[in-house]
Each structure stands twice: as structure tokens, then as C-alpha cells.
Design a protein around this ligand. Structure first.
Ligand code: UFG
Length: 329
């Protein structure tokens, strides 16, 4: 039987599809290639199309014996979502609804869903635990939370079991250096910093240095993309084993300030990486740090690349050898 990876040509989806393939799973990737890259799909069979396209999805389900779905297919930029909420609702909420309808139609009962720390909004405490209050401060987080709720009711009505994974700040690249992060436009901190030593920008901007944190810059919890991919496989195994639904955070449990990230990138690249303080970015919480104890204790998740230096080194290796990413956009 096959694992259907929706959004499997994107950054996190392609790393997960590659780990599944290395483990000997039969991988089917569906991706619209709006933000994904054909070259990022290694080992899986790629169907290019949209999860909202009913005929296209019928073809995917009819041609393959799908055991479970891992769903990454979504827009995921916090800032963009504020300006285009309806695009986010259409792609993220309506899109996943279409996918779930196909799962009902074809009797597929397992889904691992890509969610986010943005479901929490401004946290009441850090590290954040899974049963803490969810109060998103942007449409992106709101659409992911809406799908989490849809999944709960689909479990109730149709017996579709889910594992929701709420990611914190994902970074780094596969150790092979063959796949990595390639967004256009790029908005994430680590790839933007690395554009300076690559000669693609002169300096990096630090969005605000007057937050209530140790050096005034925002604190985030960075997790290596391969450790995150491993967590998806553990989630799939859990659904195969005990067929019950669950929600897990995925982070390192350790927060780093923006200034610390820039400083670590200077060490890794040997480049001075000039930084300028700029205005705060709207919607940015001061501190987002995960408690990942639940997935460590329940599923035995064992992150292998949890030093910030190692995460940035792997990203640097990818960007140095692929300064234009996959070169297709
Ligand atoms: N930042 C800068 N300068 C930049 C870019 C970012 O100072 O040029 C700062 C941001 O203000 C923030 C931190 O670096 O404080 C991290 O920003 P990112 O854009 O890399 O990531 P976010 O924390 O905004 O969001 C990411 C994902 C979301 C997810 C969130 C959960 O993009 O999908 O992590 O923590 F919801």
C-alpha cells in the first residue's frame, strides 16, 4: 500500500517524502507546484495537480492503493495570510476539506496533518504545551486550527484517525545536500541571513530589539527539518499501531533570539553578516518555545540535530551548493 504525501514537493513535505522513501515506503506525491519544486521529489511518484481538483484526486486515489495521507498542502506565510485571508481559507481549509472528502470516499482512515505553533497565538506561558490555549493572531494560524477542528469531527463521524503536528521554526536541510529550503519570496530568518554570505543581500534586518527578551529580539525554537520528517514517520507508525488521534508539538524546547541566530550564522559561515535593527514585524509574538515532551514520551521522538549550529551548518551546505535553490522559479 502507498502513503500519499500532499504538498510533498515543498520544503518539509519533500524531506518527509524522502525519509519515507529511504525507509522503503511506497510514496505518492501530490503537489500543485505553486510553491513546490519538481526536483525536490526524490523516490516518490509525483502527480502534479491541486487537492481541490476533484477529478484529479479521484485519479490519484483510483490509481493507487492509499493506506494513509500526510498533508502538507497549504499556504504557510504568516505575513501574507494577513493580507490574503480568503486565499488562505480557500487553499488551507477548503483544500483539506476536499482531501478529507476523498478519504471518506475511498475509505482511507489515517492522516498526519501539518499544523503550526501559530495556532497558539501569543502564548500565556513558555514552553508551550499542547493543551494550552489556542488563540491565533493571524489567518494562517486560524486556518490550521480550523482544520484541526475539522479533523476532530471527521474522527467522530467517519473514524478517520489523525495525528496533528504543530511545528515551531523549521530550518536546515537534508544531510545529502540534495534537497533544501527554496521559497520565493524568502521570508524566513535563517535562509535570509545566509543570503548575505551568498552575496545576494548586503545585510539582514532584525525586526525589533525592544521585546521583553534577554537581548530585546524575538525568541524562537528552531527544529531541524530531518528531525521533523522523522516525527511524521513516528506519527504514521502510531496510527498503524493504535489507531487513535493525537496532537503533538515539535520544537527543540530551547529558544534562541534573532541576534543569537545571526551570531551563530557568522560563526558557521565565517562571514561578518552585517545586521541592522528595523521596525517590529506586525503579528510577531515575543517568544515561541515548544514543550515537545509529549511526543518524546509517547512516541519516542529522538531529535538528532538539535544544536542551532548544526541546523545552520546543514542549511549553509545546501545554500552554498545551490545558491539559486532548485533553479526552477
Ligand atoms: N526575522 C527578522 N528578520 C528577518 C526575518 C525574520 O528579524 O529578515 C525574525 C522574525 O521577526 C521572527 C524570527 O526572525 O522573530 C523568525 O521569523 P521567521 O519568519 O523565520 O519565522 P516565524 O517565527 O515568523 O514563523 C515560522 C513559520 C510559521 C510558523 C512559526 C511558528 O514560518 O509558519 O514559525 O513558530 F507558524
Amino acid at each position: 500500500m502507498s502513503i500519499l504525501v500532499c504538498g510533498g514537493a515543498g520544503y518539509i513535505g519533500s524531506h518527509t517524502a524522502y525519509e519515507l522513501f529511504k525507509r522503503g515506503e511506497d510514496v505518492i506525491v501530490v503537489d500543485s507546484l505553486i510553491t513546490g519544486h519538481e526536483k525536490a521529489v526524490i523516490g516518490g511518484k509525483l502527480y502534479v495537480g491541486d487537492i481541490r481538483d476533484s477529478e484529479f484526486m479521484d485519479k490519484v486515489f483510483e490509481e493507487n492503493d492509499i493506506e494513509a495521507v500526510i498533508d502538507f498542502a497549504a499556504f504557510s506565510l504568516v505575513g501574507e495570510s494577513v493580507g490574503k485571508p480568503l486565499d488562505y481559507y480557500e487553499n488551507n481549509v477548503y483544500g483539506t476539506m476536499c482531501l478529507l472528502k476523498k478519504m471518506v470516499k475511498y475509505g482511507v482512515k489515517k492522516i498526519v496533518f501539518s499544523s503550526t505553533a501559530a495556532t497558539y497565538g501569543e502564548p500565556e506561558r513558555v514552553p508551550i504545551k499542547e493543551d494550552d490555549k489556542t488563540f491565533p493572531t493571524n489567518p494562517y494560524g486560524e486556518t490550521k486550527l480550523a482544520v484541526e477542528k475539522m479533523l476532530k469531527w471527521c474522527d467522530n463521524a467517519y473514524g478517520i484517525k489523525h495525528v496533528v503536528l504543530r511545528y515551531f521554526n523549521v530550518a536546515g536541510a537534508d544531510e545529502s545536500g540534495v534537497i533544501g529550503e527554496d521559497h520565493n519570496p524568502e521570508t524566513h530568518l535563517i535562509p535570509l541571513i545566509l543570503q548575505v554570505p551568498l552575496g545576494k543581500r548586503d545585510f539582514v534586518e532584525i525586526y525589533g530589539d525592544d521585546y521583553d527578551t534577554k537581548d530585546g529580539t524575538c525568541v524562537r525554537d528552531y527544529i531541524h527539518v530531518t528531525d521533523l520528517a522523522d516525527a511524521h514517520i513516528l506519527a504514521l507508525d502510531k496510527l498503524r499501531r493504535d489507531s487513535s488521534s493525537a496532537i503533538y508539538n515539535l520544537g527543540n524546547g530551547e529558544g534562541f533570539t534573532v541576534k543569537e541566530v545571526v551570531e551563530t550564522a557568522r560563526k558557521v559561515t565565517g562571514h561578518p553578516i552585517p545586521a541592522k535593527i528595523a521596525a517590529r514585524r506586525p503579528g510577531d509574538p515575543a517568544k515561541l518555545v515548544a514543550s515537545s515532551d509529549k511526543i518524546i514520551n509517547e512516541l519516542g521522538w529522538n531529535p538528532k540535530h538539535n544544536s542551532l549550529e548544526e541546523i545552520i551548518e546543514s542549511a549553509w551546505k545546501w545554500h552554498k551548493s545551490n545558491p539559486y535553490g532548485f533553479g526552477d522559479k
